[in-house]
Design a protein around this ligand. Sequence first.
Ligand code: SAM
Length: 274
Amino acid sequence: MGHLNISFARQMARLRRIAAHPRRYLRLTPKIALQRATRLFAATSFRLEPQMDIHPLSLWHDPAFTGQFGGFNLPGEPPRTIVDLQPWDTVRRDMLVLLLRDVIERRVPGDIAELGVYKGLTAKLIHHYAPERTLHLYDTFQGFDTRDVVREAAVRGRKPAQNQFSDTTPEAVLRYINPKAGVHVHPGVFPESVPESEHDLRYCFVHLDADLYAPIMAGLDYFYPRMERAAFIVVHDFNAWPGARRAVMEFFAGKPEIPVPMPDHSGSAVIRRA
Ligand SMILES: C[S@@+](CC[C@H](N)C(=O)[O-])C[C@H]1O[C@@H](n2cnc3c(N)ncnc32)[C@H](O)[C@@H]1O
């Protein structure tokens, strides 16, 4: 009964507020109507509002907030280029941009690397958002290595299809990225493909997207000791490919960093170097 009384009292207070300020509460602009309509889709996987509030096209965009803090950009700087990834994964695009923005804003020194490039979708986003940082791209450009596939079968109990990701070349990737400068492509099986001349490089941001246990573990082994403090490692497919997830969990067991699961389409894990 007490509960009902509180609820009734709240409803009455609400009605009194509406009666006192009818223009504020009963106003139905197209923007407000659309905002309310999104509730109709709350229990489905359809979304009327796929953009973050800091996106200028968001229904909830507040120019005063982005004016002060920069939104996807750094305050006081000209806007950076943001290249779309897959249209259904705006969460991943925004996550990568905000992590890059953070290392730039904190002036974390070092280069950027991606292991698992395929046709260069993510590499293009990374390069055009942060063109001032050298980007190192590692891929076989011929799909998975047989040794990694055999290892994967042992890790997850069945072999992944090997005829994936071979329809690409370093040249096609470079044409697609259309870099301003500073993009180095290293074809071959990682980690054998890392030139000795690069062993002393330090990194502010590394994206590991090689799907399988063996290359993800090799990427963590190689890059982790070369990451600057506050640098990010992002491992894609943490909630999609069992080998990738297992490599992350095993590698960080006993390390000071704890992988943070992200809600992008295939579920990345984000690790900030302590
Ligand atoms: C899912 S795709 C990468 C997708 C890409 N990041 C994008 O944005 O579209 C995985 C890639 O990892 C690469 N890869 C897997 N194991 C590798 C290894 N040991 N060395 C180099 N590349 C590897 C494959 O060739 C494939 O192109």
